[in-house]
Design a protein around this ligand. Structure first.
Ligand code: HEC
Ligand code: HEC
Length: 485
């Protein structure tokens, strides 16, 4: 008998030897849900280690769906208040949007910086300090720290309210999305095809679904790509959206779950969030903000931390691993739907590879500003000069696609001590994919976890991280340049 079983007599209820063996596996997981206040405990040892933390008492039939739902609902308001408090401490969430710069279908881009400065500091005073000074004095702005999931201890896919209004099946009873609508991509977003640039946006202003994909795309895609599209809009069971008593939706739905394009709406992003599947314990998993699939055709690495090498691999991985939090034990119970590589994965990947970046009429053949369209002393041109010069951006984001197709470690942890915030432990983060900056104004919030809400915030972030000491005017120029990409 191991220690865990001695400490948890109720486990003996399951009796059977086989059951005991199984519980020996999942027991530590249940313990890891207990509160852990000290980051060190999480970071180093934790009370008990386990990789099986998704097997819940509800899935094992030790608690009914109704009991779980009642507990979840009772705790929902407190969790939402906790997240709201953290967001308000870190960001100015009042609606500030541009009256000039719009996303591809006309939603105004959010304007920042929204990140709040520590008491008494200015952007310039912070930029004068070394990383160590910022860290030791606790001056790193909270909005530059890793962002926790709306309920980090639980995690899972969470969809923005605007999307749930159209697709009510995406509502969870236990928690709501946290970021305000003005810092999200437009909904629905435009669709541009590499094969039919002559058509411009082919979305007709609609969200592509199982009901309308034929009507909208027939005659534009070939039949193979239409089949790929059908699989991208079709729902498959997922960790929180399935038929078991362990689900987080009111109704059991054995027929459905979540579709690829529920998150990657129209091949772009709805802003839906999730926790990365690959890391344990739960507290160390990172929040991940759905990236756009526009321009995957020119990219070589997929996933912010996973670095899978093809769109095919990522498509298979989403369905087999990410949908179930990287947990193959519960995946079987909830209805994993492995896709066939040759006739399904391949079709889905092919159609993703047709999703183009939005047109950038200001750029020339080399992917840089067209000098016929911008004066040498325009804010955009000055921004471009900084981007390729003093601000060092192009060393990781080279033209024409503004990505080095690699991963880079920004060593953000130089600026803060390990900490725990709303269930997330932030220590050293490691290398992250250098996301492309083409079409970047269309896809706030920024970074793998969505911690930076506006382009102005990204510039302030890199000004500190790269120790650039840019002036206010130079920062504005960099933003003006990125808005042209
Ligand atoms: C939560 C909603 C969600 C659903 C549903 C979803 N994805 Fe994703 N997708 C994400 C997130 C978040 C990432 C980033 C993963 C990371 O950072 O490791 C991602 C990454 C990707 C990438 C790599 C993009 C890049 O820039 O590196 C591809 C390709 C992709 N998804 C395809 C799919 C396919 C195909 C499906 C359906 C089988 C799917 N996704 C379903 C949220 C989702
Ligand atoms: C050392 C390499 C490096 C340099 C230099 C660099 N970046 Fe990045 N950039 C990255 C990485 C890596 C990410 C992804 C970070 C993450 O998601 O946590 C990123 C992300 C971004 C994003 C958000 C992309 C998205 O889709 O969310 C923007 C905007 C950006 N960088 C702008 C800049 C600007 C402006 C500069 C120059 C001031 C710059 N970068 C310099 C590596 C770099």
């Amino acid at each position: 008998m191991n220690t865990i079983m001695r400490n948890r007599p109720w486990r003996w209820l399951s009796g059977a030897v086989v059951g005991g063996l199984f519980l020996g596996l999942i027991g530590p997981a249940l313990r890891s849900e207990e509160p852990q206040d000290k980051p060190e405990a999480d970071a180093k040892k934790g009370p008990v280690k386990s990789s099986y933390d998704q097997v819940t008492p509800t899935l094992l039939g030790q608690q009914t769906f109704e009991e779980m739902r009642a507990k979840d609902k009772a705790g929902k308001a407190a969790i939402a208040a906790r997240q709201k408090k953290l967001l308000e401490e870190r960001y100015d969430l009042s609606v500030r949007v541009s009256d000039r710069v719009k996303m591809s279908r006309g939603k105004p881009v959010p304007v920042g910086p929204t990140v709040r400065l520590p008491e008494g500091a200015t952007w310039d005073s912070l930029a004068r300090l070394s990383p160590e000074e910022v860290r030791d004095k606790g001056l790193f702005p909270g909005g530059f720290l890793p962002l926790p999931h709306p309920h980090h201890e639980v995690g899972g896919m969470v969809f923005p309210q605007t999307e749930i209004k159209l697709l009510p099946r995406l509502e969870r009873f236990d928690l709501d999305f946290d970021l305000p609508d003005h810092v999200l991509a437009e909904f629905p977003p435009a669709i541009f095809l590499t094969t039919r640039p002559d058509l411009g946006d082919v979305s007709q202003g609609k969200v592509i679904t199982t009901e309308n994909f034929q009507e909208i795309l027939a005659g534009i895609l070939n039949s193979k790509d239409l089949e790929g599209m059908r699989l991208l809009v079709m729902q498959f069971p997922q960790q929180q959206f399935n038929a078991t008593a362990d689900r987080k939706t009111e109704k059991p739905d054995g027929m459905r779950g979540v579709g690829c394009f529920d998150c990657h709406v129209n091949g772009h992003t709805s802003g839906a969030t999730h926790l990365v599947g690959d890391i344990r314990p739960q507290s160390h998993r990172r929040r991940i903000d759905t990236p756009s699939l526009r321009g995957v055709n020119i990219q070589r690495l997929f996933g912010s931390q996973r670095a899978l090498k093809s769109v095919e691999d990522f498509t298979e991985f989403e369905q087999r691993a990410a949908y179930f939090d990287g947990d193959q034990v519960t995946a079987s119970a909830k209805g994993i739907n492995p896709l066939e590589r040759g006739s399904q994965v391949h079709f889905m990947a092919e159609v993703q590879n047709l999703l183009a970046f939005p047109p950038a009429p200001g750029l020339g053949l080399d992917g840089k500003l067209n000098p016929r369209k911008f004066d040498a002393d325009s804010s955009e041109m000055r921004g471009q000069n900084l981007f390729f010069g003093k601000a060092q951006c192009a060393s990781c984001h080279p033209a024409p696609y503004y990505t080095d197709n690699s991963m880079q470690d920004l060593h953000v942890e130089r600026f803060y001590k390990p900490l725990k915030a709303n269930g997330l432990v932030a220590t050293t983060q490691g290398p992250i994919k250098t996301f492309s900056l083409r079409g970047i104004k269309d896809s706030p919030p920024y970074f793998h976890d969505g911690r930076l809400l506006t382009l102005e915030d990204t510039v302030e972030f890199f000004n500190l991280i790269l120790e650039l000491k840019l002036t206010k005017a130079e920062k504005a120029d960099l933003v003006a340049f990125m808005q042209q990409l």
